[in-house]
Ligand binder design. Sequence first.
Ligand SMILES: Nc1ncnc2c1ncn2[C@@H]1O[C@H](COP(=O)(O)OP(=O)(O)OP(=O)(O)O)[C@@H](O)[C@H]1O
Ligand SMILES: [Mg+2]
Length: 517
Amino acid sequence: MSPAPAPSHPAPVVRLRGVGKTYATRVLDGIDLDLFPGEVHALVGENGAGKSTLCRILSGLTPATDGGMELNGQPYRPRSKRDGEGAGVHMVMQELNLIGTLSVAENIFLDHLPHRAGWIDFPKLYQRATEVLDRIGMRDLDPRTTVDQLGVGPQQMVEIAASLWRQCRILILDEPTAALTEPEVKQLFEQIRNLRAAGVAILYISHRLEEIRQIADRISILRDGRLVGTQPAASLTLDEIVRRMVGRELGAESFAEGRTAGAVALSVRHLRRGHQVRDVSFDAHRGEILGFAGLMGSGRTETMRAIFGADQPDAGDVFLHGNSQPSRFRSPREAVQSGLALLNEDRKAQGLFLSLGIRENLTINALHRLSGFGGWLRRSDETSVVRSWIDKLAVRCHSPDQGIVELSGGNQQKVIVARWLFRDCDILIFDEPTRGVDIGARFEIYHLLADLAAQGKAVIVVSSDLLELMSLCDRIAVMSAGRLAATFRRGEWTQDKIMAAALSEHLAPTRATAASA
Ligand SMILES: Nc1ncnc2c1ncn2[C@@H]1O[C@H](COP(=O)(O)OP(=O)(O)OP(=O)(O)O)[C@@H](O)[C@H]1O
Ligand SMILES: [Mg+2]
């Protein structure tokens, strides 16, 4: 056996040399990267910079076009995800990959279901799943729940749980926190620190740069498929990271100046649906941006879906534009006809048409705006519209007809945002609009939302990112366990006040007992 390396200079567990990838175009080029045992290595870069592609190469999902990799000093050429996992390389993907019809427990142990005499040993399965969930602070989640009953946040935690229980030497987390809120992020970081202490190398991708400063030991910055550099996290300021990522300065801006709220556009009264929406009432005004904060599972998404007719409420009314007659939408189509828009939090399941191109995904809700005499589609108009949105949001693609599946996660999100901006509705509800979107494009989306409000539209934004809500909104409503716990005006809120409201229903003893009974 070779002598153990000196602790101050441990050998890298993985070494990448000159790794490149070419699809229709070159997307990664000459990447040299070392990962050390026991380090959290952050990978940052704009949408389409090549972060996920690099992770896919490392985990065996995609072969590199050129260059080589070593794992513990041996050549490493995984030809499948299974190969990678066999070598101890695990990846939690940016897009959720759970099987919706199976239970949480089955998803966690998918390839390793415990057997007894040829039958799945369910008691054992549930018990082990409970232990794993407990480790990531999800002890309230029943492992028998089927996955498609869960929102995106809990699904993400299940996905993380599924890779945490395995023996891994390298764990790749591709935007694990995009749908998580503060407390869940804390739990995850605790687990990451445990794994780091156990000598696992963690490759961590996120667009939330403050988070990276908290958790990363070293940071590698990718720009346009090339490595700009790798540095100790402590030696980089946030501004420097951003500047090196985007190659320019981004000013500090406010997106909430100079607006005045007008008449009530949307009035929601005593809305109820199951345990998730419990007597929610609020007004959204023309010309304002109303934020919705709350923990994962607090009922924000369910409230919006019930308003939009995506789910049917058990009770309650929705009034539009001060009408005394309530509107009840039996389907999202009816809601859209009445001038409502809802951008979903889960772009893969509910938002994107995966077999289609950017063009169709962008214009699908607004074909009437593009059709000429006799309903024929004016293709050239369509092309110029699509191109203008691609430019406005800097969607990284090689043509308006590129397949949507070929775009990076953040660029897919931009296409969905553009779809609703183009649809031209009076009341727009955006559920996690900047999920996975890089900092430059995020500001662009904030500008567009602010423009919509300035045009007199009512804009509702649900977000897990408090800083986002605080820079964008005129008012912030806070939900807690299905109820609307508080609403703050700009100037009244602080991060602490919002968090306290988000937790309030969980801390109220009588209600909490009643809810868990
Ligand atoms: N199957 C594919 N065919 C063609 N091009 C692809 C394919 N997969 C990815 N690309 C392109 O490779 C580039 C890098 O994409 P990648 O997903 O690695 O970006 P990313 O840095 O992870 O971005 P994001 O922050 O948006 O997730 C993008 O321009 C993307 O369109
Ligand atoms: Mg990605």
